[in-house]
Every structure is written in C-alpha cells, then in structure tokens.
Design a protein around this ligand. Structure first.
Ligand code: IPE
Ligand code: IPE
Ligand code: MG
Length: 228
C-alpha cells in the first residue's frame, strides 16, 4: 500500500454532482446546468499544473445515468461531442493524457470514433485526466474478476490488473460536490483507502480555489492504511 509522506494527492477523483440543482435554483433548463458543468471542468483542468496531481478522474456519466429521460441523456452526449471538438487541441498543447474509464465503446459510434482519435492524440501527455463514461464500479470489478479467473487465481492483484485504472495509482482523495454523501458506484475498489471530502458547492460553482482548499485539507490528514 503506497503511503503519502508529503501529503500530496497523486490521484484525485471527483463526483461532479449538482448540475441539475444549479439550473433549477436559477429557473433554467437542466441542460444549461450541464453546460456550465463542462465549463467548470475546463477551468479545473487548466489549473492542474503545480498542484502535484498526476491523475484527475472525473465522473461524467454513470452506467445508471441511462435511467434519465432520453432528452437529458442526449444533451449530455452532445456536450461530450462538443467538449472533444473544442478542447482536444488544448489538452494536446498542455500535455494532458486523456483516458476514458467505463464501457465507453458502447456509446454512439461517432463518439467512440472521436474518443479513439482523442486518446491517440493525447497518448504522450505527462499528466492524466481520466473521464468516467458509462462507468459502473461493480460492473468493472465483476469483469475484472472474470478476467482474473480465466487467467488463474482471483487475487486482489489479479483483479487490479484488469481494472480500467490498472495503470493509475490508487485514489488518494475523493471529492463529491452538491452535498450528497454517497459513492454512487464510483471507483469502489480504487478508493479502499482514499480520503473523502464532501462539499455543499454545486458542480458548476466548483473552482480551482475549491480544489486547492480540498488539497490543503487532504494534506493535514493522517493516513494509516490499517497500521499505527
Ligand atoms: C451531475 O449533475 C451530472 C451528471 C450526473 C451527468 P446532476 O444532473 O446529477 O445534478 P443533480 O444531482 O440533479 O442536481
Ligand atoms: C453520480 O451522480 C454520477 C455522476 C456525477 C456522473 P448522480 O447524480 O447520478 O448520482 P445519484 O443518483 O445522486 O446517486
Ligand atoms: Mg446528481
């Protein structure tokens, strides 16, 4: 289990929640909340340099989010398309390595093609932004266990090798916005020893300053990994 002597969060994961409530409070359609949520992502990704974060994993669409009305799902998919179109160049320029976790190959064929291109073009980036798309942690663990079983023994190490996140360090810090205190099927395995911070801020209002505050809170925590 890696420890973290300098209090630096190498891997930060965020459940970006509250877009709908942000819009509702302003009497706006939910789609506007999601749009503002994308802007918050853009600003945050631009602020990563100097934070020490090697990987930022963002929960963008869960495997359970298909239960939402068709119109909202389609708004979210269109935002994804636009985001890749408008922001890919900046990712490449800023040496961001894009990674997608989840069953993203089941998305619409044009999105899959755009993502394949984006992954290829950002492959040499130095820090990772992982986007969880059509992601469910229980499904991920089940398929990893099946793959481990096919190879031999189902051990924690073998399961880990088959997770989407096999090439990433374990999550050091989870942040969830909007006041909800639950994990909603996100990175359950990877967060075995993560520190967690739940904030009331709705996702579209989350700024790099909020992230900095969370990182300094994290730095004060004593992590024990079961030891003493
Ligand atoms: C998070 O905002 C974005 C996604 C889940 C895609 P929500 O849409 O869940 O916003 P609330 O929770 O309804 O406010
Ligand atoms: C979790 O938020 C998924 C994402 C942020 C993409 P939800 O809003 O879907 O979670 P629940 O339904 O409140 O647990
Ligand atoms: Mg929500």
């Amino acid at each position: 289990m890696p420890d973290n002597p300098q209090g630096v969060a190498r891997h930060v994961a965020i459940i970006m929640d509250g877009n709908g409530r942000w819009a509702k409070r302003r009497g706006l359609p939910r789609a506007i909340g999601h749009k503002r949520g994308v802007e918050a992502v853009r600003t945050l990704v631009r602020s990563l340099e100097g934070t020490g974060i090697e990987c930022l994993t963002l929960y963008a669409f869960s495997s359970e989010n298909w239960k939402r009305p068709e119109e909202e799902v389609s708004d979210l998919m269109n935002l994804m398309r636009n985001f890749i179109r408008t922001d890919l160049e900046e990712f490449v320029k800023n040496r961001v390595r894009l990674k997608i976790v989840g069953d993203w190959r089941a998305l619409d064929a044009d999105i899959v093609a755009m993502l394949e291109d984006a992954l290829e073009r950002t492959a040499h980036g130095t820090h990772t932004v992982a986007v969880a798309l059509n992601y469910g942690s229980q499904q991920e663990i089940a398929q990893a266990a099946q793959a481990a079983a096919r190879e031999g023994e189902i051990t924690p190490d073998a399961i880990e090798r088959h997770l989407f996140t096999a090439d990433l360090p374990p999550v050091d810090l989870l942040i969830r916005t909007s006041g909800e205190v639950r994990l909603s099927n996100f990175l359950l395995w990877q967060m075995a020893y993560a520190e967690m911070i739940f904030v009331e801020t709705l996702w579209p209002d989350f700024t790099p300053e909020h992230l900095k505050a969370a990182l300094s809170d994290f730095a004060k925590r004593e992590r024990r990994y079961g030891g003493r």
